[in-house]
Design a protein around this ligand. Structure first.
Ligand code: IPD
Length: 273
């Protein structure tokens, strides 16, 4: 079927409207009190009632606005949608990235919503549930926060770089990640573990950290924030020219990419369980 490809800007407008309503729901549910509804990969990998309610709200809104599109969400997976045809759109939803922060009332969690066309992310929004800060990007259209165009850090010295990262939920994976950090922290300005991958990527997009890396990200952690970072000038990639993905995501300004990449390769950052 020859479909007309939707313009990234049109998809972004939908994403922003839907993400704002979703973030409002998450904010309200947090204010009303929140508790663990279930656990996923480990006992510390939690789901709250808000994760589920927010994703359900996003799914319902997208179904109403774009009934033929596919979706992939953190809580409900691909839901009832079928495969994506040529020119078709797939939405990628993280209803609450930074769920543990959200559970503890730390103001660092976000709704993340991206639109992919033919397997390529073309529009994305990340909205901080607590502060209302909102980052957006379209492929080729730049990265933005609240009307300001974003540019990544111009740092060129890895030894001066503030590097964000995160940890998986599996203790064996964490042990390996801790070994990597134990070395890397001696070679950079400092490390930040803020607890929400989508926000880490957005902070890198505006130079509030210089770079970011993490092993184990899912598509919904990376999709919107990865586009924001790339459109702000960061190189977003895996090891050895592989695309960014579950094995490793490195997001670094062009001058920092090679030194950070090479350190992470030596430290086997994509290895371990
Ligand atoms: C997690 C956060 C965290 C990162 C983990 C993710 P969740 O997502 O983004 O910062 O280190 O890898 O799983 O579970 O809060 O949606």
């Amino acid at each position: 079927m020859d479909r007309t490809r939707p313009a990234p800007q049109d998809l972004l407008e939908i994403a922003v409207d839907v993400a704002r309503d979703a973030a409002a729901t998450a904010y309200r549910m947090r204010a009303e009190g929140v508790s663990v509804a279930a656990t996923k990969s480990t006992v510390t990998d939690v789901v709250t009632a808000a994760d589920r309610a927010v994703e359900r709200q996003v799914l319902d809104a997208l179904r109403r606005l774009r009934p033929d599109d596919a979706v992939l969400g953190e809580e409900y997976g691909a839901g009832e949608t079928g495969p994506v045809g040529p020119g078709g759109v797939r939405w990628i939803i993280d209803p609450i990235d930074g769920t543990v922060n959200y559970l503890y009332g730390l103001p660092h969690s976000a709704v993340s919503l991206a639109a992919e066309v033919d397997g390529k992310v073309v529009a994305g929004v990340v909205r901080n549930v607590s502060t209302g800060e909102e980052w957006t990007a379209t492929a080729g259209g730049g990265a933005w926060r609240d009307g300001a165009r974003l540019r990544c850090s111009t740092e060129t010295d890895l030894g001066q770089a503030l590097v964000a990262t995160g940890f998986g939920y599996d203790p064996r994976r964490r042990a390996h990640q801790a070994r990597v950090i134990a070395e890397l922290i001696t070679q950079v300005r400092d490390i930040r573990r803020l607890g929400a991958a989508a926000l880490d990527l957005c902070l890198a997009a505006e130079g509030r950290v210089d770079a970011y890396y993490e092993k184990g990200l899912a598509a919904w952690d990376l999709a919107a924030g990865g586009l924001v970072a790339a459109e702000a000038g960061l190189r977003v990639s895996g090891l050895g020219g592989l695309p960014a993905g579950p094995d490793l995501v490195i997001a670094a300004p062009p001058a920092l990419f090679a030194p950070l990449h090479d350190r992470l390769a030596v430290l086997d950052a994509s290895g371990g369980p």
